[in-house]
Design a protein around this ligand. Structure first.
Ligand code: AHR
Length: 495
């Protein structure tokens, strides 16, 4: 059936910019994200620079990824950066205790990561080890990466083949310090943060953006304590929220076999992001009314059971139309909170959790989630345009969720973009849109949808789900009328 919606978009004097860093990604030493993902064996028959897989690089360049977080995650708090520099055959190994107990050979380290960022034309976001590292270790890593003069660390960097500093600005100070990053209390962590941050120096020409480890979902007290004790001494404070289909860590639910009831629950858990961002922002507002400290959602996405037969420690999962609807909905939430959310990172880029890219030996596929980032890249660094509407319900039994979510922006060339998501798998929407302060001659668009919520791109059928031209939006006078299919994501361009 068809439901009518009235929408208004306000293009008059937009205030906030949607930071491109909301469209960031995350690559941990976990499963097949780095090893056998970005970083492959010399014998694999794919285009490579050194051992970096260039077909992945090309795909990610197309969606303009603005930053890449590394080396973890939980791995970061056991990582000692000095093990990952110098001649590869002399690097020590370590056990990746968090992820499958595999032996890490440290062949992918600081230089390799920064070369990957260079090829991707993306900004590095380095997470330093607070849980099992030292203040000195982090301080020296900063010096190694950023100091341009003569010093022990810059000399070592040059000896290892890199003359000029990389000037890395984004620095995570620990990760999940309430859990795998050291099981700390917020008070203890706030003090630790200050010690580590004090000695992470701003060398000439590089002002660090230090990011404190933030709350686990709805732990509002963590945010309160960090804002009270650390406040402006951090550039950003993180938030992690994963969407679990069942809500149960013991049995999360399958990535590909789920019914509508489970889909409904998954979307409800995904939409919790709206409440989390709103409530953490409200706490931050009390200490920082000018919104100088960024809320950095540097881990988000759907977390399902692993694909049958794969290593449970490797977190390899397929990616369906449901994942695309989650990604688009979450990105709309972040855009609409652009005043406070200035950075976010989907977990994780390749072969892990809600991945953009899956690989199987030489083969590579782009997931439905990848195509969402392709659609939404138009919002990067554009001005947020407020939208108002009252969403129809998506109902399942006696429970309901808002069926429609939207964000809109105006880019530096004056083009206006709307991204609309209809999570309702049964009902289409007819949306009449008035646009104050927006003049446009034509509208074009793209749509991402599929016959079933469980549809995926597979190695046998890699292009089953992809963006196609959308002809369901028409200009009628000053208005825009959009015929929005069920379970779909639409991006419109008005110019
Ligand atoms: O993304 C997988 C893991 O989830 C990360 O290592 C950790 O920070 C979080 O618990």
């Amino acid at each position: 059936s068809q439901t009518a919606v009235t929408l208004s978009v306000n293009g008059v004097n937009p205030k906030h910019t949607i930071s491109r860093h909301i469209y960031g990604h995350f690559s941990e030493h976990l499963g097949r994200c780095i090893y056998d993902g970005f970083w492959v064996s010399d014998s694999l028959n794919v285009p490579k620079k050194d051992r970096i897989r260039l077909d992945i690089v090309e795909a990610l360049k197309k969606i303009q990824i603005p930053n890449l977080r590394w080396p973890g995650g939980c791995f970061a708090d056991e990582y000692h950066w000095r093990d990952g520099i110098g001649p590869r055959n002399q690097r020590p190994t370590m056990v990746n205790t968090n992820w499958g107990g595999v032996t890490e050979d440290n062949s992918f380290g600081t230089h390799e990561f920064l070369e990957l960022c260079n090829l991707l034309n993306t900004e590095p976001y380095v997470s330093a080890n607070v849980g099992s590292g030292t203040v000195e270790e982090m301080a020296k890593w900063v010096e190694y990466l950023n100091f341009d003069g003569i010093s022990p660390m810059s000399n070592l960097r040059k000896q290892n083949g890199r003359e000029t500093p990389w000037k890395v600005t984004f620095w995570g100070v620990g990760n999940e310090s309430w859990g795998c990053g050291g099981n700390m209390t917020p008070d203890y962590y706030a003090d630790e943060y200050k010690r580590y941050a004090t000695y992470a120096r701003d060398y000439a020409g590089t002002r660090l953006k230090k990011i404190a480890s933030g709350s686990n979902g709805n732990d509002y007290n963590w945010t309160e304590v960090l804002m009270k004790k650390v406040g402006r001494q951090m550039w950003g404070l993180t938030l992690h929220h994963y969407t679990l289909p069942t809500g149960n860590w013991g049995k999360k639910g399958s990535a590909t076999a789920f019914d509508e009831q489970e889909y409904f629950n998954t979307m409800r858990n995904c939409l919790q992001m709206e409440e989390l961002v709103t409530r953490h922002s409200a706490i931050m507002d009390r200490y920082d009314a000018d919104k100088n400290v960024a809320l950095v959602v540097d881990e988000w996405g759907i977390w399902t059971d692993v694909e049958p037969g794969t290593n449970p420690g490797f977190l390899y999962q397929q990616n369906s139309l449901r994942d695309a609807l989650i990604a688009a909905t979450t990105l709309n939430i972040f855009n609409n909170h652009a005043d406070r959310v200035k950075m976010a990172n989907l977990a994780q880029t390749v072969n892990v959790l809600q991945a953009l890219v899956l690989t199987q030996k030489e083969k590579m596929i782009l997931t439905p989630t990848y195509h969402v980032f392709d659609l939404f890249k138009v919002h990067q660094d554009a001005k947020l345009l407020p939208v108002s509407f009252s969403s129809p319900d998506y109902t399942s039994g006696n429970k309901k969720l808002p069926a429609l979510n939207i964000s809109a922006s105006k880019d530096s060339t004056g083009k206006v973009h709307l991204t609309l998501v209809n999570i309702d798998p049964k009902n289409k929407l007819t949306i009449s849109t008035s646009l104050a302060g927006v003049k446009f001659g034509s509208v074009t668009g793209q749509v991402l949808t599929a016959a079933k919520l469980t549809d995926v791109n597979s190695f046998d059928e890699p292009n089953k789900i992809k963006n196609v031209a959308f002809n369901g939006a028409k200009k009628q006078g000053d208005q825009l009328v959009i015929e929005m299919p069920a379970q779909s994501i639409v991006m419109l361009e008005l110019k």
